[in-house]
Design a binder for this molecule. Structure first.
Ligand SMILES: Cc1cc2nc3c(=O)[nH]c(=O)nc-3n(C[C@H](O)[C@H](O)[C@H](O)COP(=O)(O)OP(=O)(O)OC[C@H]3O[C@@H](n4cnc5c(N)ncnc54)[C@H](O)[C@@H]3O)c2cc1C
Length: 244
């Protein structure tokens, strides 16, 4: 059984997976298709990219970051989620996927903006507005069912990528805090930041010396230069109702 299964590998799901995987939780992302952000022509309001960034490149790099953190991916649409044991939610959840084997996870993060029908058997508290469904959550993304969370647009966050990413991160951290992972903050600090004050390096944090910092910086710059050396070989996806 996985520690966390994240349904939806779009903006919020990827951000959540980076945090759960970096905290050491066995994390599986199940994605049934494409992030709605793939329809964007130029992502120009995401902090850190002063002249914008190709949305498909942003998604590719986020997926790469999640894999580097240890998250695993499976392609497939989740069709049903139910408790493994109705009388004990701590026993986790079983997820059925279209054409795949059922999956089991202690915690489920629903980050699947375009679809949440699979949550119906769990009675998490969905709200319908027009043709859209949202999921009711508390301030940390917890639904009415212990162990089930919702993140991003599905949790009725504003329809902006940075908000979905931030909310995904926050919900991922809630799942970490609700688990038995020993965790303080996910921080990388200069050597001595904690130990120089006679403190242990807290769980989830790391102290690195200057050589290590420069090595990491060099590797990060080389990767970004490579990633941005060519235009992305994918077009934005048009709205399905626009005719060719
Ligand atoms: C045309 C367009 C342009 C936009 N431009 C901007 C912009 O310039 N700036 C900005 O900030 N925001 C922009 N946005 C908004 C931004 O894309 C969204 O707010 C953001 O992607 C929401 O993130 P999310 O993770 O909640 O959903 P998504 O990124 O859509 O991720 C949801 C994921 O869940 C998967 N999924 C759905 N159902 C299932 C299932 N049953 N099983 C498994 N997986 C499933 C989907 O395949 C998808 O990968 C734009 C949106 C559109 C449509």
């Amino acid at each position: 059984m996985r520690d966390v299964c994240i349904v939806g590998g779009g903006v919020a799901g990827l951000a959540a997976s980076i945090f759960t995987a970096r905290a050491g939780l066995d994390t599986l992302v199940v994605d049934g298709g494409e992030s709605i952000l793939a329809r964007n022509a130029s992502l120009e309001n995401y902090p850190g990219f002063p002249d914008g960034v190709d949305a498909r490149r942003y998604l590719q790099l986020s997926r790469e970051q999640a894999r580097t953190a240890g998250a695993e991916f499976e392609l497939g649409r989740v069709t049903r989620a139910e408790p493994v044991d109705e009388t004990d939610l701590e026993a986790g959840f079983r997820l059925e996927t279209e054409g795949g084997e059922p999956l089991e996870a202690r915690r489920v993060i629903a980050a699947s903006w375009s679809d949440s029908d699979y949550l119906v058997p769990l009675d998490v508290g969905r709200i319908q507005r027009g043709s859209k469904h949202f999921v009711n959550v508390d301030g940390a993304g917890r639904t009415a069912v212990d162990g089930v969370y919702a993140a991003g647009r599905l949790a009725e966050e504003p329809h902006q990528a940075i908000v979905a990413a931030g909310h995904g991160a926050k919900v991922g951290l809630a799942a970490v805090h609700d688990s038995d992972a020993n965790f303080y903050h996910d921080w990388v600090t200069p050597e001595g930041y904690f130990t120089g004050r006679g403190r242990e390096v807290p769980p989830g944090c790391e102290e690195i010396d200057d050589d290590e910092r420069l090595e990491r910086d060099e590797a990060a710059r080389a990767r970004m230069l490579e990633a941005f050396s060519e235009p992305v070989d994918e077009e934005p996806t048009m709205h399905p109702s626009v005719s060719e």
